[in-house]
Design a protein around this ligand. Structure first.
Ligand code: ADP
Ligand code: ASP
Ligand code: MG
Length: 416
């Protein structure tokens, strides 16, 4: 399989000098005989700026026009990279989502890719032309540009790799997937391999190195996915055999030495809602969570404490930070039905999660997490678990301390 999709994120295309560096990575792969498609993000910070302008222009923004604005960052970088490649005598052509087309569903701002008509670009790639594709965007059923949610270029790249039957290399500003965010924990260790399932949990629990949907797509379509650095010197990277740098995201059975815990993720995008002294009678949870789900607010963690006399209960749950205001409004509006005394919301919380396939067969992982946090006097406000992860909600002031302590406790620290 010598078709290759290379994806470069915002920091990797932040200015013309970096774009020239990207072009040298592309040239290396073309020279090695690969048929290449390149997916690019917008220049670092551009999408944030575009989102801010769209929000400033209209508080209740029309999602179609929001997409028309925020998709433009990728148009600039795809054109610039095609120009730079042509200047190096490499045949190249830029493509926007609608030109391929990459078809999506109708959910503007967080659209899903439903189909890619890849024959035309696949044929051109096989004839030696590099396809430079604007990430993060597609064509909705309403014939308008639709964006895939923040970080969505990863998903563009994986979906294209699946449609083109290609390998996928995600180039970013770190040299692989680490046991935890290397910008927070200096002892984080680079993983040679991580299973699709663990990567999916890591991404959905906050590790933004890959967008969750890109991992989902790689897992479903069995796309060999590698995360690597765009800051390596393009000419000295070894492209032969198994010596490719970075982290391979692959099937569980391709990993020889499986750790019990593979990684630790955190998410600051959490908010906590507490209802105090709720009348404890049958149906109370339904009265609280029914209206929330009708308003399409996802609830993640839930904790309930019943008072000594059994008449009242305190109830805490978490929603994503962006949904906090709406959640408080929904609960306030249902106050008479729910019957509670006090309602509070807070965004000063962080969700910390330990992830590992080995948890399926090893006991004591949760106990170690609780003990480690207790030893540092970090109070746990809520807990959720699944087969391969445990998440706790703590005060956000302790994020770094918690990550570092847990990283050491599970034996993940890099040797120095
Ligand atoms: P890009 O612009 O290339 O898409 P992102 O900023 O989206 O890059 O993702 C890369 C960032 O992800 C890194 O700079 C790093 O801080 C962060 N990150 C979080 N968790 C991890 C992890 N476990 N391994 C590697 N990077 C991580
Ligand atoms: N430019 C988009 C964003 O910043 C998409 C991406 O970078 O993946 O979210
Ligand atoms: Mg990203």
């Amino acid at each position: 399989m010598n078709r290759l999709v290379m994806k470069f994120g915002g920091t990797s295309v932040a200015d013309l000098e970096r774009i020239r560096n990207v072009a040298r990575h592309v040239k290396r792969e073309v020279d090695a005989g690969n048929k290449v498609a390149v997916v690019v993000s917008a220049m670092a910070g551009q999408t944030d700026q575009l989102v801010a302008w769209a929000k400033e222009a209209s508080a209740i923004h029309d999602a179609r026009e929001y997409d028309a604005v925020v998709a433009t960052g990728e148009q600039v970088t795809s054109g610039l990279l095609a120009l730079v490649l042509q200047g190096m005598d490499i045949s190249a052509r830029s493509w926007l989502g609608w030109q391929i087309p990459i078809r999506t569903d109708a959910v503007h701002g967080a659209a899903r890719i439903v189909d890619i008509e890849a024959e035309e670009i696949g044929g051109r790639m096989d004839d030696g032309q590099v396809a430079v594709i604007a990430g993060f965007q597609g064509l909705g059923p309403d014939n308008r540009v639709a964006t895939l949610g923040r970080g969505g270029s990863d998903t563009s790249a994986v979906a294209l790799a699946a449609a083109l039957d290609a390998r996928c290399h995600i180039y970013t500003d770190v040299d692989g997937v680490y046991t935890t965010d290397p910008r927070i924990v200096s002892k984080a260790r680079k993983l040679e391999r991580i299973s699709y399932e663990e990567m999916l949990e890591m991404a959905s629990l906050g590790a933004k190195v890959l967008q969750t949907r890109s991992v989902e797509a790689a897992m479903i379509h069995r796309v060999p996915l590698r995360v690597r650095s765009s800051f390596d010197d393009p000419e000295t990277v070894d492209v032969s055999g198994n010596n490719i740098p970075g982290t391979l995201v692959c099937d569980e059975d391709e990993i020889v030495e499986q750790e019990v815990v593979s990684g630790i993720a955190y998410s600051r995008n959490e908010a906590k809602v507490t209802l105090a002294r709720v009348r404890d009678k049958p149906g109370v949870s339904a009265r609280i969570f029914g209206p929330l789900s009708e308003s399409e607010i996802n609830v993640d963690m839930i904790v309930q404490n019943v008072s000594g006399d059994g008449k009242y209960t305190d109830l805490t749950f978490t929603v994503s930070e962006n949904d906090l205001e709406r959640a408080l409004k929904v609960i306030e509006e249902a106050k008479d039905e729910i019957e509670y005394e006090d309602l509070t919301g807070s965004t000063e919380v962080v969700k910390v999660s330990v992830i590992g396939i080995g948890m399926r067969s090893h006991a004591g992982v949760a106990a170690k997490m609780f003990r480690t946090l207790a030893d540092r006097n970090i109070n746990i406000q809520a807990i959720t678990t699944s087969e391969i992860k445990i998440s706790v909600l703590i005060d956000s002031a302790y994020t770094e301390l918690a990550l570092r302590s847990l990283h050491t406790a599970y034996g993940l620290d890099a040797e120095t």
